[in-house]
Design a protein around this ligand. Structure first.
Ligand code: UT7
Length: 389
């Protein structure tokens, strides 16, 4: 028996407190103009005292369970992706399991930086596709406002808090997860890091004095990495799914910087309306950003049953991940079921060839373009010099 993992429930939670760029101007040496033009962020949500990853996750999960019409007691697996948990131990997933009333349900947290939710989604899908579990709750949550250094303008203007959740359920019909691409390059582990929150720098006065317990990021290194892997991974996963990029209704990327998203969009050659962007309202919510954007896309009617969507994330590790999902929140009808696989199979050989070509072009452009940048810069300054003459 082949099982498929489809999304049947979704929900989000963001704190009520809004922190605008103008508010930040009063805290650090920055400006609304700098933040907007360099990142696309206008405001972010900040958890109130007492709000934590656990409470935000429970709020998002309850909505997702309601949409799926599933009782917490029916849940068979809970995975929570986060890099800013309430405690290092125990995992926030166990606390969520308890607060939801999902008695005895296996629960664990997963750390893959901003990529975490896609990793968790793919992991949960494996349990369902093997027939081990009939459903799973997958949450992405962050409480980064407690992890950033509010005196460091290079990071504190970027991040926000929130949670997004989906329910996955087993289906006999071919739907849900179609393909995925997971990756990691630990040689850049220190490009995005909480240096003083583990065994290398255990708690000490020195750690606090040097502010090592706060998030540190080498923005340039992560930016370069992100623009490369985002386009590359989407190209790869679309090819693996046997579809073409034109078959994809919406790409839902990690919301780290609208310039990263725009560069990747151009490399992929997709129109702006096929990319979900909500970074202006929430900033970078790390592992929560893709599920938050996904839930908003559903609420805004940007995805309809039968659509194929791509989730793509990148972040600490450094890691990346993407997944193609066939969006069929209701069990497909008998007619659609009879139709769907045959149509797909006929279209596949042609689509694969077309997509492989397109994928090769994107990969090549992604690798060659950075090498050409110095040439572009030289050509620009040469033109200027000639004009002056
Ligand atoms: O979610 C995980 C993945 N994370 C990412 O993908 C983040 C990737 N990186 C980025 O998005 C960008 O690198 C940043 C948004 C973090 C930074 O943008 P940038 O265009 O690379 O700026 P920069 O670091 O090159 O800084 C340019 C200037 C510097 O001043 P000087 O040296 O040119 O005088 C910075 O000191 O902007 C200054 N600067 C700021 N100015 C005002 C840096 N942060 C700020 C600030 N306000 N908040």
């Amino acid at each position: 028996m082949t099982w498929y993992a489809r999304i049947t429930g979704w929900g989000k939670y963001v704190p009520g407190r809004v922190l605008t760029n103008f508010d930040l101007e009063k805290i650090v040496d920055t400006s609304d103009e700098w933040i907007r033009t360099r990142t696309g962020i206008r405001e972010r949500r900040i958890a109130a005292p007492g709000e934590t990853c656990c409470s935000m996750s429970v709020a998002a999960a309850q909505k997702a369970l309601e949409v799926a019409r599933l009782n917490p007691t029916d849940l068979e697996l809970i995975i929570v992706a986060t890099s800013s948990p309430d405690y290092l131990v125990p995992s926030v997933a166990s606390m969520v399991q308890d607060r939801l009333g999902a008695r005895g349900t296996p629960a664990f947290s997963l750390v893959a930086g901003c990529t975490g939710w896609v990793y968790a989604l793919v992991t949960a899908s494996q349990f369902i596709q093997t027939g081990a579990y009939r459903n799973a709750l997958v949450i992405g949550t962050e409480h980064l406002s407690v992890g950033v250094d509010w005196t460091d303008r290079t990071t504190c203007v970027l991040f926000g808090d929130g949670s997004g959740a989906v329910v996955l359920e087993a289906s006999e019909q071919p739907t849900g997860l179609m393909a995925f691409d997971l990756g990691s390059d630990g040689s850049d582990y220190d490009a995005l890091i909480f240096p003083g929150c583990g065994g290398v720098h255990p708690p000490s006065h020195e750690v606090i004095d040097q502010r090592l317990h706060y998030l540190r990021m080498d923005g340039h290194r992560v930016f370069k990495f992100a623009t490369r892997v985002m386009a590359d991974s989407v190209a790869k996963v679309v090819t693996a799914s046997g579809l073409t990029i034109d078959d994809i209704a919406l790409i839902i990327p990690h919301q780290a910087n609208d310039r990263i998203i725009e560069l990747a969009r151009r490399r992929l050659g997709v129109p702006p309306e096929k990319i979900m962007v909500n970074i202006d309202r929430y900033g970078n919510t790390s592992a929560a950003s893709i599920p938050l954007a996904f839930v908003e896309a559903i609420e805004e009617g940007r995805i309809k049953p039968g659509d194929r969507v791509v989730f793509v994330g990148f972040g600490a590790g450094l890691t990346w991940a993407s997944a193609v999902f066939h969006w069929e929140p209701q069990e497909p009808t008998a007619i659609a079921v009879a139709d769907w696989p045959i149509r797909e199979r006929l279209a596949q050989p042609i689509a694969r060839a077309r997509t492989a070509l397109w994928s090769a072009r994107v990969s090549l452009a992604t690798r060659i373009e950075p090498l050409l940048l110095p040439l572009y810069a030289f050509a620009g300054s040469y033109k200027k010099r000639r004009k002056k003459k």
